[in-house]
Ligand binder design. Structure first.
Ligand code: NAI
Length: 339
């Protein structure tokens, strides 16, 4: 009796530790940059990650050597653009984070980055489609409203597009909105969860304060909306030519990756706003949209409707949809012209 109970317990332990130890390889493309380094650090500290592959056109092995001394269990590998560097970084990846590209300088909009970043993202998307077609692809490189459609077009052209696995990371807008409202209301920002919909640049960022249980009006509301939409400019200006948000972005990217890992490992009810291939406004010719998305083991599990919003929020949304349509078309057209 005792022996059979011991065997039963051992089996249970093994089953538990096997799921807890599920192998999760995370790859960061652009790991040596302002976002890439702290993001890689945060992924190294995440106990759900078993392997961390770090790639950059410059400096990947250095960042990897540094992080590999941290006493968490994941194995860190560094990769550079030699014969098989990118391929090895991507092989068996469950999550690929892409912060590769140039950031803004004062006076620039995210759209001004298009010319440089579009081809960087296109080329990295090709490598992902070839080597890691089933990975979750998390696009951070701006302009996200266009770089996500670029990835989709590349995956489609290679016959491996899975709309449930492609995400534009808009988490920083949610993080900022939660922080800014907490400053205004004197609450704990950790308790705030403001839904932000639309896209990730200027007027396409639409915070839905009415759904958060808070109300602001007049100038307070206008200031809050402006700050969420253009909060990135505060950082660009303060850094005075040295780039845009990197540390807060790394935190936001790591939070989104953690949400995906949690969902992949069986946690239910994991919801994050994110810019995905969405049915919500397809009838208006808008194929990608950020709304609350429930994540699951296969990536996107459920795309939530926008829900009840105020007439003022509807006005913001109408402006956002107009801009989004153009931003998305620009990405699609880029791949057509530069396959
Ligand atoms: P950075 O210039 O500090 O770093 C970019 C890194 O990408 C560099 O290490 C560079 O060597 C690398 N890189 C360039 N081409 C590459 C390629 N083909 N393959 C691999 N690596 C490559 O820039 P930072 O500040 O890290 O920003 C990166 C991107 O993230 C920018 O496009 C920026 O606009 C965007 N961003 C996005 C945010 C979001 O909320 N989604 C927020 C803040 C920035």
């Amino acid at each position: 009796m005792l022996a059979s109970r011991q065997i039963f317990n051992a089996c249970q332990r093994r089953a538990f530790s096997a799921s807890a130890r599920q192998a999760s390889k995370v790859t960061v493309l652009g790991c040596a940059g302002g976002i890439g380094q702290p993001l890689s650090l945060l992924m190294k500290l995440n106990p759900r990650v078993t392997q961390l592959a770090l790639y950059d056109i410059k400096g990947g092995p250095g960042v990897a050597a540094d992080l590999s001394h941290i006493n968490t269990k994941s194995v860190v590998t560094g990769h550079q653009p030699d014969a098989n560097g990118l391929k090895e970084a991507l092989t068996n990846a469950e999550i690929v984070l892409i912060p590769a590209g140039v950031p803004r300088k004062p006076g620039m909009t995210r759209d001004d980055l298009f010319n440089t970043n579009a081809s960087i993202v296109r080329d990295l998307a090709k490598a992902c489609a070839n080597t890691a077609p089933n990975a979750n692809i998390l696009v951070i490189s701006n302009p996200v409203n266009s770089t996500v459609p670029i990835c989709a077009e590349i995956f489609k052209s290679k016959g491996v597009y899975n709309p449930k696995r492609l995400f534009g990371v808009t988490t920083l807008d949610v993080v900022r909105a939660s922080r800014f409202i907490s400053q205004h209301k004197g609450t704990d920002p950790a308790d705030e969860n403001i839904t932000v919909i639309g896209g990730h640049s200027g007027a396409t960022i639409v915070p839905l304060l009415s759904q958060s249980g808070h109300s602001l009006s007049g100038k307070d509301l206008d200031d809050f909306i402006y700050r969420v939409q253009f909060g990135g400019d505060e950082v660009v200006k303060a850094k005075d030519g040295a780039g845009s948000a990197t540390l807060s972005m790394a935190m936001a990217g790591a939070r989104f990756a953690e949400s995906l890992l949690k969902a992949a490992q069986g946690q239910k009810g994991v919801i994050e706003p994110t810019f995905v291939d969405s049915p919500l406004y397809k009838d208006q010719g808008i194929d990608f949209f950020s709304s609350k998305v429930e994540l699951g083991p296969s990536g996107v599990k459920k795309i939530h409707e926008v829900g009840k919003i105020t007439p003022e929020e509807q006005k913001l949304l109408d402006v956002a949809l107009g801009d989004l349509k153009k931003n998305i078309a620009k990405g699609v057209e880029f791949v057509k012209q530069n396959p």
